[in-house]
Design a protein around this ligand. Structure first.
Ligand SMILES: [Zn+2]
Length: 456
């Protein structure tokens, strides 16, 4: 290339028109022509193409460093509507809409109104985003990387869809506030809760050490049947919410030792002398009390069903989760204002001390509560009531896509968004006043490009 003068490509500015309903055109803005691939202003015209009965000017990227050239034989060609400048505005708008859709704080139609697009487009965009997440990541893994959580909050939200009740069971990590396990189910028995617990356990580096939950019996049964050490903090889910019970479950040879501690919810909140109550229960695990299945030998159908002297029915004692406050031994802890520590008596039971220390880590200077999941619940509920088929499976899939986005917003970076939509679809949407709105909403765009161009 000796002797031949290098061709100069001064920046091009072209008017961008939009179509009005009565086939008139309105000037939207004068925009710089940029390559959609490398966003360079080094571009040149390259002829016209016939489009819908009129000729449309095309451009070609002249930037020798354009990455498009590495994978293609000819440089990138484009029209003004597909040029870098317009693409940037669209990308930015899609990014904003994506965030708003996934946050779910305002309704679908409110988002549509805000951006001057149809409800259908928002709906379509959401299904595209959910599909993208599912393709990227699969819906099995709620987190991209295992988290550092060791404490989790268990929560079951009750919802009604078309009159049918469902539970959304969720485990949320205390350190990261990420949702680590979820299940949508018609039941919330031990098996359901165990499933979510195991999912949460797979999503963290170390095994779950402490679970906080409301006073739902299945969570307690699950914790007992884990057959490993665990601390369970149980909150009352009825007023007054002034008491909590901590279970420290431990194993010794063939015994399960459950140390139950009753505290007021403000136990860790302020300094002073604090009272607690404790009880130790031991379950002998070597004695199997499982019933034999089937009918006893030698008994035919109908035989042996009636007893002459039926045993008097045992009066079932109330489970009385909070009976530890009446029957337990009393102990004291002191929240030391000066040292900012919690002091226990020297002869305190090790299990009691361990349970209090673990709970202290979560609720120091706070009242003991299970409200970690509450914020998330309200968002989840609005998402549940969005349109679409409503079976537990479908619902769970949608919630999983949302949770993955919420846990790992970085996976849906702006680079993914442009592939969801061609500018054409959006131009159809924004054909009328909408597109003007789009440029207005995107305040920074004009300024940014002005400064970019003045540097050149
Ligand atoms: Zn280029």
């Amino acid at each position: 290339m000796v002797g031949r003068p290098k061709k100069e490509y001064p920046p091009l500015f072209e008017p961008l028109y939009i179509n009005i309903e009565d086939r008139r055109e309105e000037l939207l803005e004068i925009i710089p022509v940029l390559c959609p691939e490398c966003r360079s202003a080094v571009v040149g015209p390259c002829g016209t193409h016939k489009r819908k009965g009129r000729r449309v000017q095309y451009y070609q990227c002249k930037n020798p460093a354009c990455l498009f050239n590495k994978t293609h034989n000819t440089a990138r060609q484009f029209a003004l509507t597909t040029s870098g400048g317009v693409k940037e505005v669209l990308d930015c708008m899609l990014g904003k809409m994506t965030k708003e859709i996934m946050k779910g704080k305002i309704s679908q139609s409110a988002i549509a109104e805000k951006y001057g697009v149809s409800d259908a487009l928002i709906c379509y965009l959401r299904s595209k985003i959910e599909k993208t997440i599912s393709d990227l990541q699969g819906l099995k893994n709620l987190v991209v990387e295992l988290t550092n959580d060791t404490a989790v909050a268990a929560d079951e939200t009750f919802i009604r869809i078309n009159g049918v009740p469902f539970y959304i069971i969720m485990f949320t990590g205390y350190t990261t506030h990420k949702i680590l396990g979820i299940k949508v189910s018609k039941t919330r028995n031990e098996k359901d809760i165990r499933e979510v617990f195991e999912e949460a356990n797979r999503n963290i580096k170390l095994p779950i050490k402490i679970v906080t939950a409301d006073a739902w019996g299945a969570t307690q049964t699950m914790s007992k049947n884990l057959m490993r050490n665990i601390t369970l903090v149980i909150h009352k889910h009825k007023k007054p919410y002034d008491k909590a019970v901590i279970w420290h479950i431990d194993y010794e040879k063939k015994k399960r030792i459950t140390t139950k501690i009753g505290v007021k919810t403000d136990f860790f909140k302020k300094w002073g002398k604090k009272e607690y109550f404790y009880l130790v229960n031991e379950d002998d695990l070597s004695v199997s009390i499982s019933k034999k299945r089937g009918r006893p030998k030698g008994v035919k159908n109908g035989q042996g069903k009636q007893r002459k002297n039926p045993k008097p029915k045992m009066k079932r004692r109330r489970k009385g989760l909070f009976k530890v406050f009446d029957r337990g031994k009393r102990g004291y802890a002191k929240i030391d204002l000066f040292h900012k520590t919690l002091k226990l008596a020297k002869d305190v039971l090790p299990a009691v001390a361990a349970a209090i220390r673990e709970t202290q880590d979560l609720f120091w200077h706070k009242s003991i509560s299970n409200n970690l999941a509450e914020n998330i619940n309200s968002v989840i509920e609005t998402r549940v009531h969005l349109t679409g088929p409503k079976t537990p499976e479908v619902l769970e899939q949608r919630l999983r896509a949302y949770i993955i986005y919420r846990n790992n917003p970085e996976i849906l970076g702006i680079t993914i968004v442009p592939h969801l939509f061609s500018p054409k679809i959006l131009f159809n949407e924004w054909n009328n006043s909408g597109i003007k709105r789009l440029f207005q909403l995107n305040e920074n765009w004009g300024k940014k490009n002005q400064t970019d161009m003045s540097v050149n």
